[in-house]
Design a protein around this ligand. Structure first.
Ligand SMILES: Nc1ncnc2c1ncn2[C@@H]1O[C@H](COP(=O)(O)OP(=O)(O)OP(=O)(O)O)[C@@H](O)[C@H]1O
Length: 500
């Protein structure tokens, strides 16, 4: 008699045992639900009802006098206690060892039942099942709201636990509770949609950023290098020295000198250009245009090789008797050779073309082709100084008219003067469209005196002030208000000094 076996098996064994004992032993456990133990009190000659009272359970009933047990059936049918007496009579005839066995067995059953009662939950099994069903239903309803993933998740758990048993085994019950708790814990895990990231994307080191930083550094160093190169170029041509010389040796042309120096500084700052620099010095005779040309040639010959400076005098290089075609070929060859050599040595050649007003239209055409921007680099890196008295009459008129306005020595006066002489120059030849025009104004008497002083110093003569003023008074002037403008500038100064 194994007490651990299920009740039904025990029941079977007991039934067979009782049959061996004469078939009069009532069922020990007819109920597989464990609610109704069999009544064995009849073996001891006791009323079944008394046995049941001891155990606190419904008594087991014997269905007939032959000892066929009909314990508390699952269908709830009960057998009246009044039908038991015949059985008790038969049981009383059982031998004492058998009764002892039965008694022991009954005690075992009582102990087992009492233990089960202590461990069983207080609520009835039907209520427990009902509650479980309700909880499961609520859980299903809740999870169905969380989308298809959660529904699937619970569907599987539902399928695995769709059969409910009334097994109140404590171990199974505790196991199920544990599983349910685990399932609950699992069900509380938030399931994210597949396409949603659960964490911030890790920052990957971008190669583009590195390249951008590298590019910025390169550009930064290039800018630094370019600035240094700018300074290098300005130092290479010593434009500061040239500016000082110009201001010291050219009288009465402050605005013109400043304009020339500004153009030269801008152009000579770099070696790469998209067009050559063309400066046109225009003004009346003797005001210093050729003088400036000589100063520029002297300076650039000093800072560069003599081969990169060309002074071209039309009356000298292309006199009237020389055919214009020859002059054209000669000038073109000189310019081409010089720019080619200068490009090799990364120098900017200087072409000073004086007496341009005497140039033939053919030569002007030839010259203008070198001023065009659509050429090879060596022709773009060049400076042309065009010196002529074209527009001199307009400048003289403008100066005399504005003598008292003081606009002549201001940038505003220069721009106004430009608006006057530029059409005149372009009318002579279109090449002046691509030129920066620098007007040279009339020289005042004080400027002429300075020319005498400079020329006498140059000739090594003693600069007597009274003698110089006397010489200056011998020249002719435009007189307007309190100002006198020399009609020939300083052109006659050299001749006068040579007579001393
Ligand atoms: N502004 C000036 N400052 C100093 N010297 C001057 C100035 N103008 C003229 N001279 C002196 O007069 C001389 C003649 O001047 P320059 O040849 O430059 O005149 P120009 O303007 O070229 O006239 P032209 O158009 O007739 O050639 C020069 O050699 C120079 O010594």
């Amino acid at each position: 008699m194994d007490g651990e076996l299920p009740c039904t098996e025990v029941d079977g064994e007991v039934s067979s045992a009782t049959e061996d004992l004469g078939g009069e032993v009532p069922c020990v456990e007819t109920n597989t639900k464990e609610e109704a133990p069999c009544a064995e009190s009849s073996v001891e000659g006791e009323m079944p009802g008394t046995d049941s009272d001891e155990e606190g359970e419904m008594p087991c009933a014997e269905s007939d006098a032959k000892g066929e047990a009909s314990c508390y059936e699952s269908d709830g049918e009960e057998v009246p206690d009044t039908e038991i007496p015949p059985v008790s009579k038969k049981m009383s005839s059982i031998s004492s060892p058998l009764r002892a066995i039965i008694r022991l067995r009954r005690q075992y059953r009582v102990q087992k039942k009492s233990r089960l009662h202590l461990e069983l939950p207080r609520e009835k099994s039907s209520e427990l099942v009902h509650r479980r069903l309700l909880q499961r239903q609520l859980s299903l309803n809740r999870t169905s709201l969380y989308g298809p993933s959660m529904s699937f998740f619970n569907q599987t758990s539902f399928e695995t636990s769709q059969y409910f048993t009334f097994d109140t085994s404590v171990e199974q019950c505790s196991m199920k509770k544990c599983r349910r708790k685990k399932n609950r814990r699992k069900s509380r895990i938030v399931l994210y949609p597949d396409k949603t990231k659960r964490y911030l994307p890790t920052e990957e080191k971008s190669k583009a950023k590195r390249c951008l930083l590298l590019l910025i550094v390169i550009i930064f160093f290039q800018i630094l290098n370019a600035i240094e190169n700018l300074d290098d170029n300005l130092q290479k041509y010593d434009l500061d020295g040239l500016e000082k010389t110009m201001h010291r040796e050219v009288f009465g042309q402050k605005v013109a000198v400043e304009s020339i120096m500004e153009l030269l500084k801008d152009y000579l700052a770099t070696h790469i250009h998209n067009k050559p620099l063309v400066i046109s010095l225009n003004g009346p005779t003797g005001v210093g245009k050729s003088h400036v040309g000589w100063l520029l040639a002297k300076h650039f010959r000093s800072v560069m090789d003599n081969d990169f400076v060309l002074q071209y005098f039309v009356m000298h290089h292309c006199p009237n008797e020389v055919a214009s075609l020859t002059c054209e070929i000669d000038l073109s060859k000189k310019i081409s050779d010089m720019v080619t050599r200068a490009e090799i040595e990364e120098k900017i050649p200087l072409f000073i073309l004086d007496e341009v007003e005497l140039m033939s239209p053919v030569l002007l055409d030839t010259l203008s082709r070198f001023f065009e921007p659509n050429q090879t680099n060596e022709f773009l890196n060049a400076i042309y100084i065009l010196i002529s008295n074209i527009g001199g009459g307009e400048i003289t008129k403008f100066v005399i008219q504005n003598a008292s306005a003081e606009v002549l020595h201001q940038q505003r006066g220069l721009e106004e003067l430009l608006s006057i002489i530029q059409p005149v120059l372009i009318d002579v030849h279109p090449l002046w469209k691509s030129a920066d025009i620098i007007p040279f104004v009339l020289l005042e008497k004080s400027h002429v005196i300075n020319c005498f002083l400079e020329e006498m110093r140059r000739e090594g003569l003693y600069p007597d002030q009274k003698h110089i003023e006397n010489l200056a008074s011998q020249l002719s002037y435009y007189t307007t208000g309190d100002k006198q403008y020399s009609r020939m500038g300083c052109k006659q100064v050299v001749a006068k000094v040579n007579l001393l």
